[in-house]
Design a binder for this molecule. Structure first.
Ligand SMILES: [Zn+2]
Length: 494
């Protein structure tokens, strides 16, 4: 992973007022912004660096100064209320709130509920995401019974409708139609500006925080893959929109961007589209996830219930998990471990027998099941004592029924040759950028192996607060400017 210290613009500003440096340094920033781009692979910023022409977008330049859904539109179909109740650890935002005895204000914003809620946390003042059809921002009774007046006003402003019109959408689903375009990024960042302005974030005595998760790169990325010109155009659009946002922040936070720290990352990378990768000679291929499940059910029926077809495996699971129908197995008096082991043992063979891959595939690129790990195995921690084992353990959740997790060949995915997805412990799915901006950081490009979990550890250390309760990240000391001892600073007047 790559790490980029982007303290350039802020460092230039701080240098202009040297006498205040020590004091300013020890003063905490007014606002922390955590920006997560969904499916932002780590190589995007370097590959398209020449495209990013703005001063304050991806590419800051030195020369420039600078419980129930609430608010759903009538008739909207929505899932039950959302909350961070199942989040099993505190967040950086929670810890800021705790450390300031509730004085700090923390908000989460995204087009998706989970991305707004889980990045911000429990003790926040609010999280906002959209009703997928209309694009209007909503929240949950976990925080409030009515939308704040400024959110209702934003929803009534016609911005969602204008964005839908701009992209030529049919008005059927804002999330899919507008979400995959720069207009979706602009819409979300304009809403963030509204929240920051109305809630006076960055104007309090303590540090406030806002987490913004931009979903657009993921929505389009699944459809076209990371190398498609459309994805490149979306990133160029994101650069323009981020430039506008940071320019706006500079004018609206007390002290401007010199008082803002930003961390930007992605939640995961992505595999290249299978068709193009295979053409380049890689052992890439596709197969049918649903077809593999059907074939498994046929084979298991032959083995365990001849003449009486049973659905031992369920369709509709979250790829690359294969959920078992516990009831069917229990009727055969089989335990979870026995059932999952049987599925794990059969999957590679059934894949080889039933999934030929793309027409004309070379034998070396046939779809293959490399390893299978059962839920019983993960629950007991019976995993290889290596990086793969640790990655699997981190993705394990006790929720959900009997299931197995399959590791397919590198660059192999279900579906068409054109679209793509992310699920694997392979590097392309884990490679994300990690960028920091602010007066605390030494500008530069760093090549150490780092992780997004290091953001919380680093910010917690800088802010002199507790790390999140389950934090595993490291403080990135290599990017931090040396701190001036308070004793060396000019004496304060009382
Ligand atoms: Zn995705």
């Amino acid at each position: 992973m790559r790490l980029l210290g982007k303290a350039v613009a802020a460092a230039a500003m701080a240098a202009a007022c040297v006498s205040a440096v020590a004091d300013e340094y020890h003063a905490k920033p007014k606002l922390v912004v955590i920006l997560v781009l969904d499916q932002m692979r780590g190589d995007y910023l370097d590959r398209y660096r020449d495209d990013f022409k703005t001063a304050n977008g991806f590419n800051p330049s030195v020369d420039d100064d600078d419980y129930k859904v609430v608010g759903a539109p009538a008739g909207a179909t929505i899932t039950p209320g959302q909350s961070p109740r199942n989040q099993m650890a505190s967040t950086l935002g929670d810890e800021i709130v705790l450390a300031t005895h509730g004085e700090a204000k923390v908000f989460g914003i995204s087009l998706k509920d989970r991305a707004a809620i889980l990045t911000s946390g429990h003790a926040t003042q609010g999280a906002f995401w959209i009703d997928q059809k209309s694009g209007h921002f909503i929240t949950s009774t976990y925080w409030m019974n009515d939308l704040p007046a400024y959110v209702a006003k934003f929803n009534a402003s016609g911005k969602a409708e204008a964005a839908a019109k701009e992209v030529g959408g049919k008005g059927q689903n804002f999330y899919n139609e507008v979400g995959a375009t720069p207009a979706g990024i602009r819409y979300e960042l304009e809403f963030a500006e509204n929240v920051i302005d109305a809630e006076q974030l960055g104007k309090h005595a303590v540090t406030d925080m806002v987490t913004i998760s931009l979903s657009s790169t993921d929505i389009l990325g699944h459809a076209v893959g990371p190398n498609d010109p459309k994805q490149r155009a979306l990133l160029d659009g994101a650069d323009v929109e981020l430039d506008k946002f940071f320019t706006w922040l500079n004018a609206h936070v007390d002290g401007g961007m010199a008082n803002v720290w930003v961390a930007m990352s992605g939640d995961h990378g992505v595999a290249p589209a299978v068709g193009e990768t295979q053409k380049l000679g890689m052992p890439a291929n596709t197969f049918s996830y649903a077809g593999l499940i059907d074939a498994m059910n046929e084979e298991l029926t032959k083995k365990l219930s001849p003449g009486n077809p049973q659905k031992f495996l369920l369709q509709g699971g979250e790829y690359a998990y294969f959920p078992l129908d516990q009831r069917v197995w229990e009727k055969l008096h089989m335990s979870e471990a026995d059932a999952e082991n049987m599925v794990a043992a059969m999957l590679p063979e059934v894949m080889a027998k039933t999934q030929p891959g793309l027409p004309g595939s070379k034998p070396a690129s046939k779809p293959l099941v490399r390893r299978v790990f059962t839920k019983a195995q993960m629950a007991s921690g019976d995993l290889p004592n290596n990086d793969l084992g640790r990655l699997l353990q981190h993705s394990y959740s006790p929720n959900g029924g009997w299931q197995v997790f399959a590791l397919f060949g590198e660059y192999q995915l279900p579906g068409a040759a054109t679209g793509t997805t992310h699920y694997a412990p392979y590097s392309y799915d884990r490679h994300v950028p990690l960028d920091f901006y602010g007066s605390a950081f030494i500008p530069g490009t760093y090549h150490d192996r780092v992780a997004p979990v290091d953001i919380a550890a680093t910010f917690a250390s800088l802010l002199r607060i507790n790390q999140p309760s389950a934090a595993v990240g490291h403080v990135l000391t290599q990017i931090l400017k040396p701190e001036v001892e308070p004793a060396a600073a000019a004496p304060r007047t009382k």
